[in-house]
Every structure is written in structure tokens, then in C-alpha cells.
Design a protein around this ligand. Structure first.
Ligand code: FE2
Length: 388
């Protein structure tokens, strides 16, 4: 996060004695920092030592999802056709992956007492359907449909849904941090006037009464493709206060202010967040280009050094036929892509689009998993044939 936030009780001076109410025992301070000691950080104050672990065991909650002979081709697949019952951890299905980015969806259908901590990846959790609370040692963030919850590495958290009848989330894991793009920030980090959002659009953690509870608390720790259950003797949310710049937050796609041009503007105008290895764009309803002869649908294009993934949320997507809410398309690098037959002509003269979508452009190739094979639209790759 690019700005300072503070919740709960913290000492006047950091790294000094901070006593509990008995006046004798100390709260435990943890510096939670990035890029060694050179990046943004926070200081958290626990009732109990954050290092207490009673036991650890490796678990294998997911079958191997590899699809070793997947072709390099255009893909369209239906993520709502792959539904695994389970909690916000076990219901995940991985569709696309590379060394720096992993894209999964989930339909959480049950609550859990388990906690989750992603050791090697930051996460963007998009709430497609469902409402509830994201809870972590930093406090709680109530979420609604359209929220993109940005979770730094190693935050311990739970997703508590209000109901378990019809939830859908998209999880985009990143080996590097999600950041507000540099071009949206001043030299001091404040978000610029012409950015598509500002600080007040971000949902920050709200204060939550510390959980001073002993017992057996299970944290599922994900480390790359390995999973461990760590059993802790204390509830992990026993934090009385914290301050700093490094913490989870949320931004709703409905708060994204789009830009339009006289002629078609390329996808960087839809940029929301970047990481070291991919970008995330928000496509939202907006007026179309206003040149009298404008072609609003995109031209055919080759992004020679990136793969392009679109997750379709809602509305009529201007360049695609056959996609539905919950569809994903993958257009790999090394192949040109563009509107399907008839879509360019149909866009001429149109005044607005009502599309809602997330786009993830990765700088390294993505590998489809077996879940893509199971849910694929078999006609998509040849859908441009006969278009002229
Ligand atoms: Fe594209």
C-alpha cells in the first residue's frame, strides 16, 4: 500500500518496552517487511509470540493438475463448469500457471476454522459472487461483489462468507508484490489526479478485537506447490495494534474510472495493478471512442512477449462471441489475436460498452492445467475460420 495506516494500540516509540495491563509482561513486536529491510513494512504487536508452532505436517489437498501435452493455442474455457465443494482453501481449482503467476477459481461452499497463509505468493482475490468478511491479523475488511482483495505474502487470513449458497472467487497468485503502478503515483507516493482511482477508493483493514485464545489453531501454509498444516497454540489474530505501509486492502472494480479516447486506446489505459511479472487490468462499462469513423473493437494484435488472459465477469464483451460470465480466454504470445468474425463490423457506430472483465497479461508463458482441458470450448480455437 502506498500510504500509512494504524490500528489499535502501539507504543509511542517503536522497539521500546510495551507492557501489557499487568505492567510486567511484554507485548511481542514483529517487523513485517518486504525486500529485506529496504521495502515497505509494518510493525505488529502480539499478545503472544508469533513464532509459536506446536506441530507441522505436509498435506496434499489437491490432485496434480498438470496437462503435460497441452497445445499452444487460443483457449476459451468455462470456469463455472469446474466446481469443487469445500472451504475457501480446498475449493480452489488451478487453471493457468507459470513460475510467477497462478490463476485459480473457487466456489467456496462451506465455512472452516482453518486459516490460510501463502508463503511464496501475494494474492489478488476477486469476489465475483458472495459477500462476507476478509479477516486477518490486521483486522477485517467487509467484502462485496466486485472487490479485489490484495493480500501480501505471508498474511494469515480467512474468508468468512455470509452464506454458502452461491459464492465464486478468482485467485491470482503473484511471486512479487501487487503495486499501484508507478505512473499513477507522485514522487511521494500519493495517487495522481489522472489515475483511475484514489486513496479514498481503497478499503483498509478495520479494527478487530484481538483474539486472546489458547487451543489448537490450524494454519494451512502454502509454499509454492507444497502445503503444510501448522498447528499453533494461540489464535493467530492476537494482535493488539499495528502500523505501517504493508497490509491487505481491497479495491472494487465498480470504483475504477475508465478513460476513453477519440480512437481505440490500448489496454494499458485499463491498468489497475502491476507486479514484477504481469499486470492486472479492469475493463468496465464506458462510452466508446468518439471519432466519427472510429472502430471501437480492438484491431488484431500480437503482444510478442506476453500471454493475455481475460476473465469475463458480466455484460456483453465487445470482441467475443460465445463467452459467458465466468469464462476465461487465453491468447498466448507468439500468435496474433483479435475480434471474432462479425464483431469488428458490429462495433462500428456503437456508442458504449457494458463489459466487465479482468485482464491478466503475463510476461512469461502460461501453462494450462487439466482443468482447462475439462472445461474447454472445443470450437473456440477455430472460430475465426470463414470470417472473411
Ligand atoms: Fe489483446
Amino acid at each position: 500500500m502506498p500510504f500509512y495506516h494504524k490500528l489499535g494500540d502501539i507504543p509511542r516509540v517503536k522497539h521500546t518496552t510495551f507492557y501489557k495491563k499487568d505492567g510486567k509482561s511484554l507485548y511481542r513486536e514483529e517487523l513485517y517487511s518486504s525486500k529485506g529491510f529496504s521495502g515497505i513494512y509494518s510493525n505488529k504487536y502480539y499478545i503472544h509470540m508469533p513464532t509459536s508452532v506446536e506441530s507441522v505436517r505436509e498435506i496434499k489437498p489437491f490432485a496434480d493438475a498438470a496437462w503435460p501435452d497441452a497445445p499452444v493455442l487460443y483457449f476459451h474455457f468455462f470456469t463455472d463448469k469446474k466446481v469443487t465443494k469445500g472451504d475457501f482453501i480446498s475449493s480452489r481449482n488451478l487453471f493457468l500457471k507459470n513460475a510467477h503467476c497462478r490463476i485459480s477459481t473457487a466456489h467456496p461452499s462451506q465455512d472452516t476454522d482453518r486459516f490460510f497463509r501463502n508463503a511464496y505468493h501475494a494474492e489478488l482475490v476477486f469476489i465475483h459472487r458472495g459477500t462476507g468478511k476478509f479477516v486477518s491479523e490486521y483486522g477485517q475488511i467487509p467484502f462485496v461483489e466486485g472487490d479485489q482483495i490484495i493480500i501480501p505474502r505471508a498474511v494469515t487470513y480467512q474468508l468468512k462468507f455470509d452464506s454458502y449458497a452461491d459464492n465464486k472467487i478468482v485467485i491470482v497468485e503473484s511471486s512479487t508484490a501487487y503495486e499501484v503502478p508507478r505512473k499513477y503515483r507522485t514522487d511521494y507516493g500519493q495517487i495522481l489526479e489522472d489515475a483511475p482511482y484514489c486513496e479514498r477508493d481503497f478499503k483498509l483493514p478495520e479494527y478487530m478485537t484481538p483474539h486472546d485464545e489458547s487451543g489448537k489453531f490450524v494454519v494451512v501454509l502454502k509454499a509454492g506447490e507444497r502445503y503444510f498444516e501448522h498447528t499453533l497454540p494461540w489464535h493467530p489474530f492476537n494482535v493488539v495494534g499495528w502500523d505501517g505501509y504493508l497490509y491487505p486492502f481491497a479495491f472494487n472494480i465498480k470504483d475504477y474510472h475508465p478513460k476513453v479516447g477519440r480512437i481505440h486506446l490500448p489496454p494499458p489505459v485499463h491498468l489497475a495493478f502491476n507486479t514484477g511479472h504481469f499486470i492486472v487490468c479492469n475493463f468496465v462499462p464506458r462510452p466508446y471512442d468518439f471519432h466519427p469513423n472510429a472502430v471501437p473493437a480492438p484491431y488484431f494484435h500480437s503482444n510478442i512477449d506476453s500471454d493475455e488472459v481475460l476473465y469475463y465477469i458480466d455484460g456483453d464483451f465487445m470482441s467475443r462471441t460465445g463467452v459467458v460470465s465466468g469464462s476465461i480466454t487465453l491468447h498466448p504470445g507468439g500468435m496474433p489475436h483479435g475480434p471474432q468474425p462479425g464483431r469488428t463490423e458490429a462495433s462500428v457506430g456503437a456508442k458504449e460498452t457494458k463489459e466487465w472483465a479482468l485482464m491478466i497479461d503475463t510476461y512469461e508463458p502460461l501453462v494450462p492445467t487439466i482443468h482447462v482441458k475439462e472445461t474447454v470450448d472445443p470450437a473456440y480455437a477455430q472460430s475465426w475460420l470463414g470470417g472473411d
